[in-house]
Every structure is written in C-alpha cells, then in structure tokens.
Design a protein around this ligand. Structure first.
Ligand code: ADP
Ligand code: ZN
Length: 556
C-alpha cells in the first residue's frame, strides 16, 4: 500500500482512516466513509484498483468533477476515463468493458442505464470496488437529495460480491442509515472522521439590507486580500430563479459595461426586469429587488478595486470554466457564486467564505464554508442572515411530493436558523449536530467565544413581547404587537382597543427591527411558534369586479 501511495501520489504516509478503509475494501467489505472535505477520501477508492489491477467504478454527480479527477489521475500515470451523458465515443465503452482501466467514473444516470451485458463483460474482466462519491445524495434526509442516486441499489444484482463504498463529507446518523440501507450494505465498515476544522473561525451577523452587507463585505474582503488569499461569496441561498437571475444580471452588467455603448443601470434593470417577469413568472417588484441587490454588490466590489468573477449553474459551459480558471489561477480574488460553485474545488488559499443569506441546511453550510483554509492556515467563515431567510421552507420544498423530504427540508432549515441565533459556541453546535462528542464548552475561535457577541439578560423585553402577543390575541404576527409596544396609535390599534393594553408604549427604546430580532430568537428557542393560516378566500364581489363588468358591458 505504502509503495503505491508513494509511487503514484508521492505521499509517504497515510492520513487517519485511509489505510484501514483501503484494507477493508481489499478484504471485500462494504465501507461507509464520512470524513470532512479535504481529508483525503478519494485516495481510499483510488488505491485498491492499483493494487488489485482491477477496475474501480466510481459514481460521481458532476461531469466537471469527473473531468478534473480523470485529468489529474492521468497525469499521475493512472488509467482513468469517465462516462457521462455527453460521452458518445464508443472506444471509451470498449476500453471500459475490457477492464484495462484502473478507474472508471460515471454519473448515476449512466450507471443505471448501462446494459447488463456491459456490466457482465466488465465483471468478467474484474471490478475491484463500486464507489459512490457524495453519497449523501442518496438520502431524502440529506441536503442534496437526487432521485438517480436512489436507483443505484439496482446494480447490486449484477455486482454481487463487489465491495460497495459510500463516501460523503457530511452525514447525520439518519443519512448514514439511509446510505447503508439504500446501497444494501451488509455489515459495513464505517469510518467517521472528526468534523472539527480548528483553523476556521465561524461567525454570524444579522443584516437587513444589501447596502449594509456590501459595506461589511468590502471591509472584510479587503482585509484578506492583503495576504494574497481569495474569497468566495455565496451570494444567496435561494435555489432556482432568484439565484439564476441574480447572476445573470451581474454577468450582464459586466458585459454591457464592456460594450461600445454602455447601457445605464436603469436600462439594464428595466430590460432584465421584463425578461425575468416573463420567463420566470416572478413578480416585477421581486425581480427589481434582485437586480438592484446584485448590481450593488458587484459595483461595490468594482469600486473597491476588488477583482470579482462569478459562477452559476445557468452560465454556459465555457463561461463557467473560464470563471473557474480565473479563480484558481488567482487572476480574480473574489468569486461571487451560487452553490453550484462547489464540489471538487481544491484551492488551498481560500481565506474567507462569506454567505449572504442563511443556507438551507447546516450540512450545506459546513460543506460550503469548509472550502476555505484547506492549507490549514487560519481562515474565516462569516454568515450574514436576515429573518426573511427563515421563511423560505416552502420555496425549498418546491416540487417535492415526498412528505419525508419536505419534513427533512423544514428540519434542516430550522437547524440552520438555530445556528444563526446561537448565544453559545458555534463550533460546538456544529460538531454536535453531526453527532460528534464535544468535550469543550468554548472553542475560542468563533464570534460567540471571542466575545464579539455579548450576552445580555433580555428577560424583561422577552416578557413584554410575549405578553403583548398574548394580550392582543396571538393572531397578528409580530408586526402589530411590536407596533403596540412602540406606542403606535394606528387605526388598527385604536379600533381593537390595543392602546389600552398595559404594554402599550413600553418598548419605545428599541427599534422595530430590534424587536423583530428578539422575536426571531424567541421563535428559534420555541418560545413562540408560528401557525400557518390559510389564505383568505378570494372576495368574489371585490369592487374591481364591478368596474371590470361595467367596462366589459360598455365595450360590448
Ligand atoms: P476529499 O475527497 O476528502 O475532499 P481529497 O481526496 O480530494 O479529499 O484530498 C484532499 C487533498 O489531500 C488532495 O490534494 C490529496 O492529494 C491530499 N491527500 C490525500 N491523502 C493524502 C496523504 N495521505 N498525504 C498527503 N496528502 C494527501
Ligand atoms: Zn466557539
């Protein structure tokens, strides 16, 4: 084992767990490997085929990832190829089934669609293992569930005596169980590494508007760039339309800025607003907001002379590769990206990962923030959230019909919300979330432990807010009770007699936003719960209806 490690990879020692895992695979045992990003999981499935001289089949979710891996393996003198949906060269299939390859990568879709005769031929030539990378995609409880992953178990019927190896960087107990069950692993060897990345600082700030985010952002980034490191900004966590549009806009603004006649911001906004409203059927107001946000961020970076590039799933292949290239070669210092920029980024000197918006789960936060400090040097992870982020469960649930999946999405978002609102050590919370035993109560390297967040006794204020919610009947959301506390004499308050409540006007010392934050903390601690009310039925005899009927009759 050591000689293969040295010969092909140039390392003289195995990292924790690598040797045990490889040994178990060689013994024909199924394995589940749960180890942090950058801990060296890939080596666990790359070495057995070199020792056994039999092909290892590796399932990987992304073509780009496979391309990178295959290229770097080839450079080391290892025979590797990949089969993706775009792979049409018959020679690759022919070479693959003849068993001369050390590693054969494929997407889950490809694996399930390959013919029985392909598998039989490959089996006859010899398969050393069947590895499923990013195995958390198998589980509905995971943060990145994919249907195709769930169908991989069907391959067990062809690959009876082949060791199955599931690898992932994040898996809670539930997800681990799902992986072993779904891949029908029998008595698997389970290796769970520590999730503690001691060199990473974790911090959270609340942020109500893009402008304040941009101010903080430019300051934070400038600090890190002096040392020559780079930064990734996960600009927003909203998956589809919002992300897509956000980056489309920033791309376009750059594009237009370079064209002979520079369009004004206003023109770009109008144009994009129109496109977005038509194409994505989101409200005009919403699309305008997104446009302004991204323009502000991008412009602020430019004004501060920070070179930024961007990356998202909807960009063309070429543009994406170019963006990636600029970032890896340090030609741009900041990557503003959606979560599409992620898997397989092996850049050692990322000094800072900033999230603009609360991620949809702690699993994804851990993975995304974990892309900094891979070289072991001190690095920083800031998360900026707004209370609105916590109300996006419905959006994330999107098209999912599965009750379990929807429940999992809600639970994940709630855990992320709790993380944002913590008043105890963030690292401890993260590690415990991933099921790790933690001995310390304070890590000394998060905003809470370093005291940038001071603890204060807010029982009086909490009691005031709870009392006010209760006295006003508990059915007005947060805004009305806060208005009562702040002594508002709005019509709604007078009409309902809320100005006579003992709490009326007692909370003038704090701003509405401050009270909303407190409400958010109470929500996260379960002191307040939110009940969903059904939307009000459409009023059939809305005054507008008469006007329409009138106009209609007049026209006729
Ligand atoms: P993961 O898949 O867990 O994210 P990788 O397999 O990509 O991590 O490994 C991360 C980095 O660590 C790679 O650059 C790899 O070459 C390096 N690495 C892996 N194993 C060892 C080892 N035993 N000694 C030194 N470096 C290693
Ligand atoms: Zn801490």
């Amino acid at each position: 084992m050591e000689s293969v490690l040295k010969r092909y990879f140039g390392y003289s020692q195995f990292r924790p767990y690598q040797k045990e895992i490889i040994q178990h695979i060689l013994d024909g045992r199924d394995c589940l490997v749960v180890m942090a990003t950058g801990s060296g999981k890939s080596l666990c499935y790359q070495i057995p085929p070199l020792l056994r001289r039999k092909t290892a089949v590796v399932i990987s979710p992304l073509i780009a990832l496979m391309q990178d891996q295959v290229m770097s393996l080839k450079q080391r003198g290892i025979k590797a190829e990949y089969l993706g949906s775009t792979q049409t060269h018959q020679t690759v299939y022919f070479v693959a089934e003849s068993g001369v390859l050390d590693l054969l990568y494929m997407t889950p879709e490809k694996a399930c669609s390959l013919s029985q005769s392909f598998w039989r031929k490959l089996l006859d030539s010899g398969i050393s293992l069947f590895a499923v990378d990013e195995a958390h995609c198998i589980s509905e409880w995971g943060h990145d569930f994919r249907k195709e992953y769930k169908q991989l178990h069907a391959l067990r019927q062809y690959l009876l005596d082949i060791p199955f190896v599931g690898l992932t960087a994040t898996a809670t107990e539930k997800v681990r169980k799902d992986i072993t069950n779904s891949l029908k692993m029998s008595n698997p060897y389970i290796a769970i590494g520590s999730f503690n990345r001691e060199n990473l600082f974790y911090g959270v700030k609340s942020c109500h508007c893009t402008l304040s985010f941009v101010d903080a952002l430019v300051g934070e980034i400038s600090k890190h760039l002096a040392g020559g490191g780079s930064t990734i900004i996960y600009c927003t966590t909203i998956k589809d339309t919002e992300q897509v549009s956000c980056y489309m806009i920033t791309m376009n603004s750059e594009h237009y800025a370079n064209s002979p006649r520079t369009l004004t911001q206003y023109e770009i906004c109008c144009l994009l607003c129109f496109i977005l409203t038509i194409n994505f059927r989101i409200s005009a107001e919403m699309s305008l907001k997104i446009i302004y946000q991204s323009l502000q961020i991008f412009e602020a970076l430019r004004n501060a002379k920070i070179k930024a590039s961007m990356y998202h799933g909807q960009m063309g292949n070429k543009a994406r590769q170019e963006s990636h290239r600029l970032f890896t070669r340090d030609e741009v210092q900041v990557m503003v990206a959606t979560v599409a920029f992620g898997m397989g980024i092996d850049k050692p000197n990322v000094r800072c990962v900033i999230h603009y918006g609360c991620p949809k789960s702690l699993e994804s936060y851990y993975q995304e923030s974990g892309r900094c400090g891979r070289d072991g040097l001190a690095s920083i992870c800031w998360l900026y959230y707004s209370r609105r982020d916590f109300t996006k469960a419905d959006f994330y649930c999107g098209e999912s019909n599965s009750v379990n999946h929807r429940k999992a999405i809600m639970e994940s978002l709630m855990a992320a919300e709790k993380y944002c609102l913590l008043s105890t050590c963030r690292r401890k919370f993260l590690l415990q979330y991933f099921g790790e035993q933690v001995q310390f109560s304070s890590c000394g390297n998060c905003d809470v432990c370093l005291g940038s967040q001071r603890e204060r006794d807010l029982s009086r204020e909490s009691f005031l807010l709870l009392g006010c919610i209760h006295s006003s009947g508990g059915r007005w959301g947060l805004n009305l009770p806060i208005d009562i506390l702040r002594g508002s004499r709005a019509k709604r308050i007078i009409e309902n007699g809320f100005d006579k409540l003992p709490q009326h006007g007692l909370g003038k010392d704090y701003s509405p936003n401050w009270w909303k934050e407190l409400g958010g903390v109470l929500l996260a601690h379960g002191t307040i719960t939110v009940k969903k009310y059904l939307p009000r039925p459409v009023e059939f005899f809305h005054p507008c209806l008469f006007i329409f009927i009138y106009i209609y009759i007049t026209i006729i």
